[in-house]
Ligand binder design. Sequence first.
Ligand code: NDP
Length: 294
Amino acid sequence: STEARIIDGKAFAASLRGRIGEQVAGLKTRHGLTPGLAVVLVGEDPASQVYVRSKGKQTLEAGMASFEHRLDASTSQETLLKLVAELNADPAVHGILVQLPLPKQIDAEAVINAIDPAKDVDGFHVINAGRLATGQKSLVPCTPLGCLLLLRDTLGSLSGLEAVVVGRSNIVGKPMAQLLLGDSCTVTIAHSRTKDLPAVCRRADILVAAVGRPEMIRGDWVKPGATVIDVGINRVPGEGDKTRLVGDVAYAEAARVAGAITPVPGGVGPMTIACLLANTLTAACRSAGLPEPE
Ligand code: NDP
C-alpha cells in the first residue's frame, strides 16, 4: 500500500485567509464597512494567551479591526457580562469571542449565552447550536467548520459516506457530527463509553478524532483508504527537556493505511483561526444586509 496523501491545512488556511482579505478590502471600498472582532481574555492561561495573540494578529492581517480586552483573573461574572453587553451594543464590533476556559468564579455558559447570537463567531451560543442542529442559518463553531472545509476539498461530495466522530464535546464533536450529517454522511458519534471503539472506527470512510488523548487512535483502527482528520493538540515530552505536539491519532501508523490524513501540527489547527475570520466576515455582511461571502 502507498502512503496517505497529507492534507495541508496550513496552506489551505493561508489561501482562505487571502480570500477573506480580498473580500474585506472590497467591503471597505464599496460599502465603507470594516469587519471588527472583539476578543476577551480573562486571566493568564498561557495557551489562551498564545491563541488570543495569534487571533489578533491574523485579524489585522486580514484588514479587519481587532479589539482586545484583557481582564484580571479575579474578574467577576458581573463585570464580564457588562463588557459583553457593551460589545453587543457596539456597531464597530461584528464578532465577539470570549476565550475559554474561564476562571472558576465565572459561569461560562451564562457568558456565552449573553453574547448576541448574530455576533457569536465561536458559534457556541445555544441559539447557534440549535440553528445548526435544525439546518437554519447560523454561525458554526470554527474548528469543526475548518474540518468540513478540508474534507470537502479532499473528497468533493461527502454524500453517503460513513463518518465516525470520536468525541462529543459541544465545541468540536457534536457540531462536527451535525455538519457531516448536513453533508449527508451516515454519522456515528463515539465517546469514552463506546464499546469496541477500534471496530467502530474501522467502519469509517471519514474518521474525525477529537479526544484529547495523545496518539490514542492506532493504525489498525483505520479503514484502508479512509480520510483521517485529527483535531487533537497534545503536548508530550520530546527529545531531552523539549516538548512536542502530537494529535489524537498515531500519525505514522495511520498514514500507512489511510487515503488522506491531516498532520499535527499543520492540519486542523491553522484552519480554526481562518474560520474565525470567515465567521467575522459573515457576521459583518449579515449585519449590513449584504450578501454572504463565498
Ligand atoms: P473534551 O475534553 O471536551 O472532549 C473530549 C471527548 O473525547 C469527550 O467527548 C470524551 O468522551 C472523549 N473521550 C475521552 N477519552 C476517550 C476515550 N478513551 N475513548 C473515546 N472517547 C474518549 O475535548 P475537546 O472536544 O474540547 O477537544 C478535543 C481535542 O481537540 C483536544 O486535544 C483539544 O486540544 C483539541 N482541540 C483542537 C482545536 C484546534 O484548533 N485544532 C480546537 C479545540 C480543541 P466523554 O464525553 O464520554 O467524556
